[in-house]
Write a protein that binds this ligand. Structure first.
Ligand SMILES: CC1=C(/C=C/C(C)=C/C=C/C(C)=C/C=O)C(C)(C)CCC1
Length: 299
C-alpha cells in the first residue's frame, strides 16, 4: 500500500486526534499504568526513530563501504562516550547543553519544512520554539522536574526559573513568529501553528510529566521524524518502506534497550529516580542523532 500526499497531510489531524485520545485514555489509567504505557511509547517509537542513524549517515554522505560504516559506528560510540564523561564531570553544564540541543532538534523537526527563514535566524528560531515546548512542560511540572534535575546534577533549580524561562522563550518565539509571518517566510498557517501551541498547553497542563512528555515526544516528534526518514531513505512512504526501516533499525534498537537495561542495573542501588536514568540514556543516544538529523535536513 502506498501513502498518498493527502495521507501525509492528514498527519497533522492524526497528531491532534491521537493526542486527545491519549489524554482521554489517562482518565482510565492509574499512575503506574500510565507511566508504564509512557515508557512503552518512548522505548518503542521514541528509540526506533533514532535507530537508523548509521544508514542515514551513509545516505547523506553517499558512502556505503564497510570501512565507512565502521568509521561512522566508531564516531557514534565516541560521541556517546564523550557525553557520558561530560555528564560525570560537569553534570549541570551537560544537562543544560542536552536540553538546548534537544530544543533545537524538536524545533528543527517541526519547522524545517514550514519556514523559509535564512540560516542563523533559522537555527535561532528552531531553538526558541523547542525551548518554549520544554519550558511549557517544565512549568506545569515544576516540582517534579526540579527533583529529577537535582537527582542528575545535585543542583536545586528554583521553580520560578521555569516561569521566567517560559516567559522569555514564549516572547522570543512570538516575536520571531510574527516577524516570519510579516515577511512571508511562513510556509504554513498562523492560526494552525498557534492552535498546536494551545494543544500543547492543554496536554502539559492536564497530563503527568511522563505522560505529557512521552505523548509529545512520540506523537509530535518521533512519528513525523520517522516518516520523514522513511521518505528520505526509500523515496516513498509505503508499508514496504516502513518494513524495511523497521528491519534495518531493529539491531540498533535492541542494543539501545540493552544499554538502558545496563544503566538501570548500574544505578539500581543508588536510589536514583527511574526518570534520571532515562535522562542519562536519552542524552547519550540523542546527541549523535541530533547531528545526523541536522545533516539530513540540510540536504
Ligand atoms: C531534563 C528533563 C527531561 C528532559 C528530556 C529531554 C531533554 C529529552 C530529549 C529527547 C530527545 C531530543 C530525543 C531525541 O530525539 C525530562 C525527561 C522531560 C524530565 C524532566 C527533566
Amino acid at each position: 500500500m502506498k501513502f498518498q500526499p493527502s495521507n501525509i497531510a492528514n498527519m497533522n489531524a492524526f497528531m491532534i486526534v491521537s493526542t486527545f485520545f491519549c489524554l482521554w485514555l489517562a482518565v482510565y489509567f492509574g499512575d503506574r499504568a500510565e507511566a508504564l504505557l509512557a515508557y512503552l511509547f518512548v522505548f518503542s517509537f521514541g528509540i526506533m526513530h533514532g535507530a537508523n542513524d548509521l544508514k542515514l549517515i551513509q545516505r547523506t554522505t553517499g558512502m556505503s563501504s564497510r570501512s565507512f560504516y565502521m568509521r561512522a559506528l566508531v564516531s557514534y560510540l565516541l560521541v556517546i562516550g564523550i557525553i557520558t564523561v561530560f555528564f560525570s564531570f560537569v553534570p549541570i553544564l551537560a544537562l543544560a547543553f542536552f536540553v538546548l540541543a534537544s530544543a533545537y532538534h524538536f524545533g528543527e523537526q517541526h519547522w524545517a519544512s514550514r519556514t523559509s527563514l535564512p540560516s542563523i535566524l533559522r537555527e535561532l528560531f528552531f531553538m526558541a520554539y523547542g525551548m518554549l515546548i520544554f519550558f511549557l512542560l517544565f512549568y506545569f511540572h515544576a516540582d517534579e522536574v526540579t527533583g529529577v534535575i537535582h537527582d542528575v546534577t545535585d543542583f536545586s533549580i528554583p521553580t520560578a526559573f521555569y516561569f521566567y524561562g517560559l516567559l522569555v522563550s514564549g516572547l522570543t518565539f512570538l516575536v520571531f513568529f510574527a516577524w516570519i509571518a510579516f515577511n512571508s517566510l511562513l510556509l504554513t498557517h498562523i492560526i494552525e501553528e498557534l492552535f498546536y501551541l494551545l494543544v500543547f498547553y492543554v496536554l502539559f497542563q492536564s497530563a503527568s510529566l511522563i505522560w505529557g512528555f512521552s505523548i509529545y515526544f512520540v506523537i509530535w516528534h518521533s512519528i513525523p521524524s520517522l516518516m520523514d526518514q522513511v521518505q528520505f531513505l526509500s523515496g516513498e512512504i509505503s508499508s514496504k518502506a516502513l518494513w524495511s526501516y523497521f528491519k534495518s533499525s531493529f539491531l540498533y534498537w535492541i542494543i539501545s534497550l540493552a544499554g538502558l537495561g545496563i544503566l538501570y542495573y548500574i544505578f539500581q542501588g543508588q536510589d536514583k529516580l527511574f526518570f534520571s536514568i532515562l535522562v542519562y540514556f536519552l542524552a547519550a543516544i540523542t546527541f549523535p542523532h541530533v547531528l545526523v538529523m541536522n545533516k539530513v535536513n540540510r540536504i
